[in-house]
Ligand binder design. Structure first.
Ligand code: MFK
Length: 563
């Protein structure tokens, strides 16, 4: 018998901007025409590089994992972290592309953040997670912009973080997590001592990503400050002083499930020179600005990764034949991945809406309602996009069959890198609980309700009326549920907060899609209406959990059979 000559053609990654199904239409719909031609040309060029040179560099950086060299050959402590030359190049590219610069130059006024985050969305899956140091650089830049005042040291750091000159560009770390806690920072043990008129930090930081960054923002406690998270202050720490580590010892690099190119270390601060940022004992509140920005990065990276994974699978589904038909024509296949696409679209819409609101807030043009929405929806968006991106990555790996489990197909990276999103910058449950903090302290829930009602009321298109009725009925149902939730006992608010967050994420995405569809005409509107119906049909009816169910669940989680 003749040996088989069959070889499967692999998936191809084409210009990731021009081949994207909705990015261009979405941006064109939102960004004023005077800014659009320049942005479109830049994104077209970037999309080509993300499918080519940048992706090649990212794959090289992933293969060449960072290495910690604690000693030189003669036993002297040197604590070098050697990273791939591709990782260094990705840093230079980030500066040249203006990945942070665009957001702070604000040449497109309140639309600058949309432009910048559209670039990050394309760049992330071709960056080997260089978007992690970028997230912290951006978050730190905003903290310094708001709290730096006229302090020359902080001003200089801000300039470095926001430049587009590779030779001057810095990224930042965020040194919060310690052995005592990542979500709960109240047990922070790092102390700040005043020695000879300078502040010196002593302590161990347990998860410090982007350890080769030139600076970090760190939480520490003055020795005479109260215990708990309300006794913490925030500090700017240069990583190097005169070419040497700033009294920092690298204990080891973490051996992580994913994000292989990114150095993440445990480190010890042994009297590191530091400068205060913001008010004393208000460190958590000051660093929250950074967290809100890094959480938005987390979302844009999650949805960027989802889009890339689904695009790869879509291309493969056209090429791969099973049971005499291409995969794309197998009903269960396109139903499965149509559902994942809806998650990707929902996450995209939420993320970009918040990016738009961030731009408006930073340019001082956001209304009070928009500021409330930004605060309320940022953690919700983050927890939603993180979780759905992981589900999508898992389905995509399976969609490729055995090939999806093989490293050099470029598919497994989607799964191992997506797992970090729900952990990085706040786990799903911690962010769900943040919802209670927001609802207790602000009128954000009312602002959201008003916002959605306005969207529903303003829909003009006749084509959308059928879907509009369903959306409106579901929103009324959700409002009743939210009322019940807001008035429930604290324990029950906590118990249901995660469900509330997911329902809000799905339903607000539908409202955003409805508004977008209403602004479009012709074939675009038809497609958006189709997607709207598909997304709407996948949403579950909300239901409050009861105290009994919570007790039963504790029992079910821990009980043993008597054997
Ligand atoms: C990329 C690859 C990475 C590789 C692997 C990485 C693995 C992951 C490693 C990590 O550890 S990532 C970091 C994970 N940790 C977090 O993201 C922190 C999660 N915890 C929280 O988000 C807590 O909610 C937080 C520490 C922010 C606050 O908890 P507390 O101490 O209970 O704060 P509290 O007392 O409620 O709030 C203090 C003030 O800050 C309040 O303001 P007021 O003083 O006016 O009352 C809050 O309203 C305000 N605040 C808190 N969160 C805020 C905020 N303000 C604005 N936005 C927020 N998000």
């Amino acid at each position: 018998m003749k040996a088989t000559e069959f070889f499967q053609e692999g998936p191809e990654i084409k210009n990731t901007f021009t081949s994207h199904r909705w990015l261009k239409a979405y941006l064109k719909n939102r960004i004023p025409p005077e800014y659009w031609p320049e942005i479109e040309a830049d994104l077209t060029r970037l999309g080509e590089n993300c499918a080519g040179m940048y992706l090649t560099l990212a794959r090289q950086a992933e293969r060449e994992k960072p290495v910690h060299v604690p000693y030189d050959p003669w036993g002297k402590r040197i604590d070098e972290i050697r990273v791939s030359s591709a990782w260094v190049e990705l840093q230079n590219i980030s500066a040249r592309e203006g990945m942070i610069h665009i957001g702070y130059k604000r040449a497109q006024k309140e639309f600058s953040r949309l432009y910048q985050f559209a670039k990050l969305y394309l760049f992330h899956p071709s960056s080997a997670f260089f978007t992690c140091p970028l997230a912290m650089a951006d978050g730190a830049a905003r903290v310094l912009e708001l709290n730096g005042g006229s302090d020359a040291t902080l001003k200089e750091a801000f300039q470095h973080l926001t430049t587009n000159e590779p030779e001057n560009f810095w990224t930042s770390g965020q040194w919060m997590t310690e052995r005592s806690g990542g979500s709960d920072v109240s047990g922070t043990e790092t102390v700040a001592r005043v020695e000879n008129g300078q502040i010196r930090l002593y302590g161990t930081k347990w998860f410090t990503s982007a350890t080769t960054s030139q600076m970090a923002l760190a939480l520490a406690r003055y020795e005479d400050s109260p215990p708990g998270s309300r006794g913490l202050s925030l500090f700017y720490v240069p990583t190097y002083l005169s070419g040497k580590f700033n009294n920092i010892q690298i204990l080891r690099l973490k051996d992580k499930l994913g994000t292989w190119a990114l150095p993440t270390a445990e480190l010890q601060l042994q009297g590191s020179l530091a400068y205060p940022v913001g008010e004393r004992d208000q460190g958590v509140k000051t660093v929250a600005t950074m967290l809100n920005i890094t959480r938005l990065y987390n979302s844009v990276c999650s949805v960027g990764q989802m889009a890339r994974a689904l695009d790869q699978l879509r291309d493969y589904s056209e090429k791969r034949k099973v049971f005499s038909r291409p995969l794309v024509d197998q009903v269960l296949h396109h139903l499965t991945f149509g559902r994942e696409d809806m998650k990707s679209l929902a996450g995209f819409l939420l993320t970009m809406e918040l990016v738009y609101l961030l731009g408006r807030e930073e340019c001082g043009v956001a209304t009070a309602e928009e500021q409330d929405l930004l605060r309320l929806m940022t953690p919700i968006c983050k927890l939603f996009t993180a979780r759905v991106s992981l589900q999508t990555a898992s389905e995509v790996v399976e969609g490729f069959g055995g090939a999806g489990y093989i490293e050099d197909t470029g598919v497994p990276v989607h799964l191992r890198d997506s797992q970090v999103f729900s952990i990085w910058e706040g786990a799903t449950n911690v962010l769900s609980l943040d919802l209670i903090r927001v609802v207790q302290k602000t009128p954000a829930l009312s602002s959201l309700k008003n916002n959605v009602r306005e969207r529903i009321k303003n829909v003009k298109s006749r084509e959308l009326q059928d879907t509009l009725k369903k959306v409106s009925a579901r929103w009324n149902e959700l409002e009743r549920y939210l009322g019940q939730w807001a008035e429930s006992a604290p324990e029950m608010q906590a118990a249901n907060s995660r469900d509330v967050a997911f329902h809000l994420a799905w339903n607000y995405s539908v409202a955003l899609l409805l508004s977008w569809a209403d602004r479009e005409t012709g074939a675009n509107q038809k497609t958006l209406n189709l997607w709207l119906a598909e997304m709407e049909s996948g949403i579950e009816v909300p239901r409050m959990r009861t105290p009994e169910e919570c007790q039963n669940s504790r029992q079910a989680f821990t009980a043993r059979l008597n054997i």
